[in-house]
Design a binder for this molecule. Structure first.
Ligand SMILES: *Cc1c(COP(=O)(O)O)cnc(C)c1O
Length: 421
């Protein structure tokens, strides 16, 4: 459930009419609902606590806006970060370093050092050499890195190929059949406290079965590691729970995930870590846009909106579906294509879709844009960087400015040796 609903024929974010945000901030603009973030954060926690002792690390790559991170910090979440930049954001938002998990297949020695010096709670090691370097960097500073080994369980997550991460040909983690040997070689190193293993098999998971298969492989590995004398006190089960982008789609709930986790991990006797991203942020945000033109097409008209692939990349990247609705639906419907102004045919949000009838100048939204939306925005075609707004009851704040093409241009230089003489 979210807080973007019709009231008297007009779409609101909580108690704020979207038309007011469009008038005062302009479009396109992302709009987040604080109450929806909080609702999702609490529902996810309640689900996972069925499985016992948990630490929740919000995967901030889904939506790293500082205001969003503050909401999650207030909900007791730590952060899953995948770069030095994300680590800086989590710390800036007030998340304690001890609650931060540092993931990512390409952490540089400089980033590992920054993490050590900040006192990051857990490093998820992706390959043996990274573990060796992390141990050496820590030992040289008289520190001990708390870490787990990311294992690739070789399961098919049943999701889009570009967001599958747990098959053996993917770049993530160490192969499950080599994990025990690599663990044993790293475990004894000074500077490293290797305390468990991690998995993350993919995103937008539609079923719990691949996760359950991965959990079972991890359970077997943990038994093997313990039999070899290792102390295992943490298992990181990653993120990946999907959300319904299409009306009526049904996805496993946090409660169902918690129930499955409780059943499969019974007796593991560890702290369980989770890294939810999309399931927290997805339906907590929309992209508000204005129709520029309704352009006649050969078969269906093209609705040309002022949002584009640079603002919301998912349709162009993954053929993703985002539900489109008029802010003031008149009641009748039309079949149309929806596209942005960018000069690429890939800048198309939908083809031959039945939608609310709209005319030039109307406001509309793309739903389920709170995750992997603004954070993937670019300035392609020298468009401004899209702003973000957070609503809280009957008030709202701009939580990220629109950055103009002129401002971005000011970061560029023409060297004087290009001057004509
Ligand atoms: C992206 C990512 C997540 C979050 O995935 P969601 O599908 O958004 O829940 C969690 N852990 C790791 C390591 C990731 O890369």
């Amino acid at each position: 459930m979210d807080h973007f609903q019709l009231r008297n024929g007009e779409l609101y974010a909580e108690d704020v009419p979207l038309s007011r945000i469009a008038a005062e901030v302009g479009t396109p603009v992302y709009v987040y609902s604080r109450a929806t973030f909080e609702r999702h954060a609490r529902a996810f926690r309640a689900g996972m606590e069925r499985a016992g002792r948990v630490h929740l690390a919000y995967a901030i790559k889904a939506n790293p806006n500082l205001a969003v991170l503050r909401v999650m910090a207030n909900e007791g979440y730590g952060a899953d970060v995948v770069s030095g930049g994300e680590m800086a954001r989590a710390l800036a938002a007030g998340m304690p370093a001890s609650g931060i998990v540092f993931s990512g297949v390409g952490k540089t020695p400089a980033e590992l050092t920054k993490g050590l010096e900040a006192g990051i709670g857990q490093f998820n090691i992706e390959l043996e050499e990274e573990g060796e370097v992390l141990a050496a960097l820590a030992a040289a500073r008289g520190l001990t890195a708390s870490a787990v080994l990311r294992v690739n369980p070789d399961v098919d997550a049943g999701t889009h190929a570009k967001i599958s991460t747990g098959r053996k040909e993917n770049k993530f983690g160490v192969p499950v059949d080599q994990a025990a040997a690599i663990f044993a070689r790293l475990a004894g190193r000074p500077g490293l406290r290797l305390r468990g293993v991690a998995i993350h098999i993919g995103s937008q998971l539609q079923s719990l079965e691949p996760l359950e298969a991965a959990y079972r492989r991890i359970g077997a590995l943990v038994a093997e590691l313990r039999a070899a004398g290792h102390v295992i006190d943490r298992i990181d089960l990653g993120g990946g729970l999907g959300v319904p982008y299409q009306p009526g789609a049904v996805y496993p709930t946090p409660d169902a995930l918690g129930e499955m986790t409780a059943r499969v991990t019974a007796g593991w006797d560890v702290e369980l870590m989770f890294e939810p991203g999309r399931v927290i942020a997805g339906n907590a945000g929309i992209l508000l846009t204005r129709v520029i033109w309704v352009k006649p097409g050969v078969v269906h008209p093209y609705i040309i909106v002022d949002a584009a692939m640079n603002d919301l990349a998912r349709p162009a990247l993954y053929d993703a579906y985002h539900h489109f609705e008029a802010v003031r639906p008149a009641g009748d419907r039309m079949i149309a294509n929806i596209a942005g102004p960018v000069c690429e045919s890939g800048d198309t949000f939908a083809m031959a879709r039945e939608i609310d009838r709209v005319v030039s100048g109307d406001l509309a939204i793309f739903r389920t844009a709170g995750a992997y939306g603004a954070t993937m925005a670019s300035t392609y075609n020298s468009r401004p960087l899209v702003p973000e707004v957070m609503v809280d009851g009957d008030r709202y704040a701009v939580v990220a400015d629109r950055i103009s093409a002129e401002t971005i241009m000011h970061a560029e230089r023409v060297p004087d040796w290009l001057d004509r003489v």
